[in-house]
Design a protein around this ligand. Structure first.
Ligand code: AMP
Length: 429
């Protein structure tokens, strides 16, 4: 199938060409013709499959075919600010020279510019749930004219706990609308899809980049040697664009701090970073100015950077499905990528589950230049430190008391004994 086979505006065809999209991806071929008929869509597709254009093309076409309004006619709900920005970028490119206005609404930035944009009038709103409801509360947005509603990465939305917010938004939407719901996996969102879609066409597509295009290796390593292993792996010059996944925000910060100490350019992206900081980190990574980007799972959702040479799971993911999602960040655009996973002894059960999901075992490798026998240098806990300090203080006090006692004893020994009067021998007459 070709883009030309889609019944879409020639200006959008031009825009697709300008974006370098030559042929539709499988999810686009499966979704666009169905969505153009107005049917609801229930799509199983991950980031990297081209799902964004799959819903944007029919959405924009529908808006071109229907009369303009002061109020938004399409709403795209996404779980994260990064994804909001990415979808927005594609929507802007696809709608170039079309009489359609796109605006993005997400938290972590000032609300006034968004308010002004909404008040000026927009056709497409791309939003994260919290800030969108904020605007609803302020009376900045009306959903009465929404004709197309897209729920992107619905499974992640539920993971983050957005279900109540989604329900609040959906209650405000007109019943007569087209709904497109996309999710990496459909199982967790079955009941949500029943609530929000009507007789949807199910579209399931495998990732365009198969794991075969990604060299996956497990590196068994004790926890305390992980950073050393990372440095060793970064000696490989082909590792020029490295995305590292860390389990927690604090660990992500620590890894970046240590990398900088080793003179490796690195940036971090997680939920505690401001929107500006995240955008700058991502931009710098995308431009190749930062070699390493360290991220947590949620923040990494929606990171779409071409040419990531290596994905390194510094910590194994907490769900086997996340593994597939993480490694899909590399090996894009038909290039071969590397996905390395550090496996601490406690991670073996999760690795079994990942191998089960993949349907095959993963090779294991050790790295030269690492002494795996180096014993654990475990950091004591604050409680252990307190006990240690206390014990030391007691020891010192005991030693001081003993020293005083010894000196006193010695002095006593040196001092001639004064005879007591009572003990003086009685004078004989
Ligand atoms: P998505 O799954 O929508 O996040 O898209 C993943 C990447 O594929 C993005 O960088 C898109 O720009 C790119 N992409 C989407 N559709 C196509 C296409 N038909 N041809 C080439 N690249 C595409």
């Amino acid at each position: 199938m070709q883009f030309i086979d889609f019944n879409i505006d020639p200006r959008m065809q031009d825009n697709l060409r300008a974006m370098g999209f030559e042929h539709p991806t499988p999810i686009q071929s499966a979704t666009v013709p169905q969505a153009l008929t107005g049917r609801d869509i229930l799509g199983s597709a991950e980031t990297g499959t081209g799902k964004t254009a799959a819903f944007l093309l029919p959405l924009l076409q529908k808006l071109l075919d229907t009369p303009a309004s002061r109020h938004p006619r399409a709403l795209v709900l996404v779980p994260t600010r990064e994804l909001a920005l990415q979808v927005s970028e594609q929507a802007t490119q696809l709608s170039k020279s079309l009489p359609l206005r796109v605006t993005t609404v997400y938290g972590g930035v000032g609300i006034s510019p968004q308010t002004q944009a909404l008040k000026r009038g927009v056709d497409v709103v791309i939003a994260t749930p919290g800030r969108l409801l904020d605007h609803v509360g302020r009376g900045n947005i009306k959903f009465s004219d929404v004709q197309v509603f897209v729920l992107d990465e619905a499974d992640r939305m539920l993971d983050i706990g957005f279900l109540p917010d989604i329900r609040r938004v959906v209650r405000l939407l007109p019943k007569e609308r087209q709904t497109m719901l996309f999710s990496a996996t459909l199982k967790p969102i079955v009941s949500l899809s029943r609530e929000v879609t009507r007789d949807p066409v199910r579209v399931e597509v495998e990732k365009t980049v198969t794991p075969d295009a990604i060299e996956q290796v497990l590196f068994p390593v004790p926890e305390h040697l992980k950073f050393q292993l990372l440095i060793q792996l970064l000696k490989d010059e082909t590792a020029d664009s490295v995305l590292i996944f860390s389990r927690t925000k604090r660990r992500a910060d620590r890894i970046v701090h240590k990398l900088k100490r080793e003179k490796v350019s690195a940036a971090v992206i997680h939920g505690d970073r401001s929107q500006g900081q995240r955008v700058r980190a991502l931009e710098s990574f995308r431009a190749g100015k930062t070699r390493v980007l360290v991220a947590t799972d949620i923040a990494a959702r929606g990171i779409d950077v071409e040419g990531i040479s290596h994905v390194i799971n510094y910590d194994v993911p907490q769900q086997a499905e996340d593994y597939v999602h993480r490694i899909g960040r590399t090996g894009r655009a038909e290039a071969v990528g590397n996905a390395f996973t550090f496996v601490a002894p406690d991670d073996e059960r999760m690795i079994h589950r990942i191998e089960y999901v993949l349907g095959h075992k993963l090779p294991r490798r050790q790295v030269d230049g690492i002494d795996y026998s180096v014993p654990v240098v475990r950091r004591p806990s604050p409680e252990e430190i307190r006990k240690y300090v206390e014990a030391n203080r007691r020891k010192k006090e005991a030693a001081a008391a003993e020293a005083v006692a010894t000196v006193t004893k010695k002095r006593r020994r040196r001092r001639p004994r004064r005879r007591s009067k009572s003990a003086a021998p009685a004078k004989s007459n």
